[in-house]
Design a binder for this molecule. Sequence first.
Ligand code: CA
Ligand code: CA
Ligand code: CA
Length: 201
Amino acid sequence: MRSARIVTVCLVVAAAMLSDAAVSLASCLSAATEATLVAPYATGIDEILLDGVIWLEWDDASEYELAIGDYRTEVLVKHDSEYFYVAMVVHTAHLFPAGFEAFVFLDNGDNQSYSTGDDMLVARAEDGTLVEADYYYRATYDFCLDTEVGGTIDAHGVGRYSDAAGYYVFEFRRKIASGDAKDIQLAVGTPFSATYGWASY
Ligand SMILES: [Ca+2]
Ligand SMILES: [Ca+2]
Ligand SMILES: [Ca+2]
């Protein structure tokens, strides 16, 4: 089973970095669809803190709540000069023994979801081990790691189930502009559409 929600995301510059930060934010908000997630410029997160546990490293992120399928999902977003960071906390008392994964889908601009050329971050809930999470769509629902089609890995992710809390936690970081032809290139101040979802097995 899988479920997803399309939202607009905007990486917002720090006021100190650009004088028209307010204009940038306004253009993000005017592009809003169901929801607009505004990702502030904040502190970076080292790989070692991507462990499937939300801790102080996310304190300066923006937090949103989305219903994705039946599950209440908290989505945390922020960025620094190099990376876009996303955490998803999917609330369900059900542990899926065959597997559970979260994804962030990025359309390549042709408005055809899950088709050739699209980009996706995916991580399966395991024991909190960081994995390569940078995928490419060869064709509809036929995706592979970028490195299988000549690209580079520019995103990592991790997932973990917390029994005590009753939720899955996923953490991702992805280069904003990787320069890789197998990725959608993001830019600070330019809103983009992203689909947040999960799949259970
Ligand atoms: Ca963490
Ligand atoms: Ca890539
Ligand atoms: Ca990719």
